[in-house]
Design a protein around this ligand. Structure first.
Ligand SMILES: Cc1cc2nc3c(=O)[nH]c(=O)nc-3n(C[C@H](O)[C@H](O)[C@H](O)COP(=O)(O)O)c2cc1C
Length: 207
């Protein structure tokens, strides 16, 4: 790939020492740069039986043999997020991929709610039972992963909890996959960029 000579000049870049920033500034720089991020819309069940749903865009495939998916759950001042508490106590969660049109739903589900409030009931989201685990799937999500907790790793000073789940069963809406190839246009997941902004799938470039 050709690179224009003057783009290598150091004055072409603002070099930022992340450690010199406030936490909020660091968050904005990292989450503005690492985009687009797919969203894990995680359903869990609390010890009180209440179904919790919350979105997490710090979401990644961490292994294939076996299939391991992970989300990174940030701190909540004075307590821990319900999703983390529920996964810790039950060892189970569902990752629901987010279809187009659900941007407002995930945004609303990210509001800080007391543990006895079910976002699923509040927003009237349709659920369906999982096969191997207790937390239900969100019926209108086109791809869902039933996960059992593999490991939680504490990272950073705050800390973040890196929650790794082993996929016990993956559900794919009829017509989306052929010979294990998922049609990205039919899947059409939503991804997060900065703040309250989301993107949908754009051009696909085949190389
Ligand atoms: C699209 C989106 C992605 C988010 N990603 C994360 C994330 O990766 N990690 C995190 O800790 N919080 C993330 N949040 C914030 C949580 O969803 C929020 O703290 C939520 O209240 C947690 O709910 P809970 O207490 O029911 O687990 C995100 C919010 C939105 C709207």
């Amino acid at each position: 790939m050709a690179i224009e000579a003057d783009t290598t000049a150091t004055e072409m870049f603002d070099s930022v020492n992340l450690d010199s920033l406030s936490r909020a500034e660091r968050y904005k720089m990292l989450t503005g740069a690492v985009i687009p991020r797919p969203i894990a819309f995680v359903t869990t069940i609390g010890p009180n039986g209440i179904i919790n749903a919350a979105p997490f865009s710090q979401f990644v495939i961490v292994a294939v043999d076996p299939g391991l998916l992970a989300i990174s759950i940030g701190p909540r001042p004075g307590s821990l997020k319900d999703t983390l508490l529920n996964i810790r106590s039950s060892g189970e969660f569902v990752i629901n991929m987010v279809p187009e049109g659900w941007e407002n739903v995930v945004q609303e589900c990210s509001a800080d709610q007391p543990a006895d409030v079910s976002e699923v009931d509040q927003l009237g989201l349709a659920t369906m039972p999982s096969v191997h685990i207790k937390p239900p799937r969100l019926a209108d999500s086109k791809i869902q992963f039933e996960c059992r907790l593999e490991r939680i790793i504490e990272l950073g000073d705050a800390p973040n909890h890196f929650v790794i789940g082993r996929v016990a069963l993956m559900h794919v809406r009829h017509g989306l996959a052929h010979d294990c190839k998922i049609d990205p246009k039919k899947h059409a997941p939503v991804a997060r960029i900065g703040g309250r902004n989301y993107v949908r799938l754009g051009d696909i470039v085949e190389c």
